[in-house]
Design a protein around this ligand. Structure first.
Ligand code: NAP
Length: 264
């Protein structure tokens, strides 16, 4: 019998997740249907309740509901507990909440982009849901220096305080160099770059923007400084593959799907 999954967010019309999961299902022979659910801002719980009541088996959760999904979960994976945010819900005997953003980012960096994280210096920009989801996985991968910078410095400080080896900073005070600079903010979508000191981006740095399909102001500034750049499409595909594994117990290959999204 076909089992139902979906991505829930607001807005969600742009989401590539249905396409990605349809490819995974086809390649692994899993009988699933995967839709988009646009939930009202004040209606996350009742929308998920209705999806479950109609037989839904799992959800990917995107902006702005990752904290709501964390609260909705009855059982949490260790990585969701660490992140205090949930991007994957599985409806088992209990409601299981997981977070696959961190492992998705680490796999994209280490496998798809061949950048080993062990003993590197990483600047993570942002302290919202996306940043929360990846700090634990970056530290677990062996990052030696992790600085979290955010416009609202107190949010960076609160996030860094939850992890023994992370430090917090404002943008103007960050001191490089860094091997990898990750933009986990929504800034730059409007064409305005974050004001980073010159020491942060250099040739040899990998500048990674979690936003995908857009040449953001951050990526443009990084290229001008001679840094290598990459968007977050690989992270999107890798976090989806991990969610698929959480739901189905089967790990889909990602390379062809990523190539397909990049038009290759
Ligand atoms: P969020 O929880 O709303 O957090 C937004 C972050 O952006 C905060 O750190 C906020 O700083 C910062 N910000 C927003 N506008 C800014 C501006 N004009 N100048 C400076 N900082 C600004 O959002 P999120 O869930 O973390 O998502 C962030 C981005 O990552 C989104 O574009 C999302 O699509 C992307 N993402 C991609 C993937 C992927 O798989 N590739 C996965 C997750 C998220 P303050 O704290 O100061 O407000």
């Amino acid at each position: 019998m076909t089992e139902r999954y979906a991505v829930i967010g607001h807005p969600v019309g742009h989401s590539k997740s249905p396409w990605i999961h349809a490819r995974f299902a086809q390649a692994t022979g899993q009988d699933i249907a995967y839709d988009r659910i646009d939930a009202p801002l004040d209606g996350f719980e009742r929308t998920v309740d209705a999806f479950r009541a109609a037989g839904g088996r799992g959800l990917n959760v995107t902006l702005p509901f990752k904290q709501a999904a964390f609260r909705y979960s009855q059982e949490l994976s260790e990585r969701a507990r660490r992140a205090q945010a949930v991007n994957t819900l599985a409806f088992r005997e209990r409601i299981y909440g997981d977070n696959t953003d961190g492992v998705g980012l680490v796999r994209d960096l280490e496998i798809n982009l061949s950048r080993r994280l062990a003993a590197t210096a990483v600047l993570l920009m942002g302290a919202g849901g996306a940043a929360q989801g990846v700090v634990g996985a970056l530290l677990e991968a062996g990052v030696a220096r992790l600085v979290i910078a955010n416009r609202t410095v107190q949010r960076a400080e609160a996030l860094a305080a939850r992890f023994p080896r992370a430090a917090a900073s404002g943008y103007g005070e960050v001191r490089g160099p860094f091997d990898i600079v990750i933009n986990a903010t929504a800034a730059g979508l409007d064409g305005e770059a974050l004001a980073l000191p010159g020491s942060v981006l250099a040739s040899g740095t990998l500048a990674y923007d979690m936003v995908y399909g857009r040449d953001t102001a951050f990526l443009q500034a990084a290229r001008a400084a001679g840094a290598r750049t990459c968007d977050g499409l690989g992270m999107l595909v890798e976090q989806a593959a991990e969610s698929f594994f959480v739901w189905r117990g089967v790990r889909p290959a990602t390379r062809d799907v990523l190539d397909g999204l990049r038009g290759g």
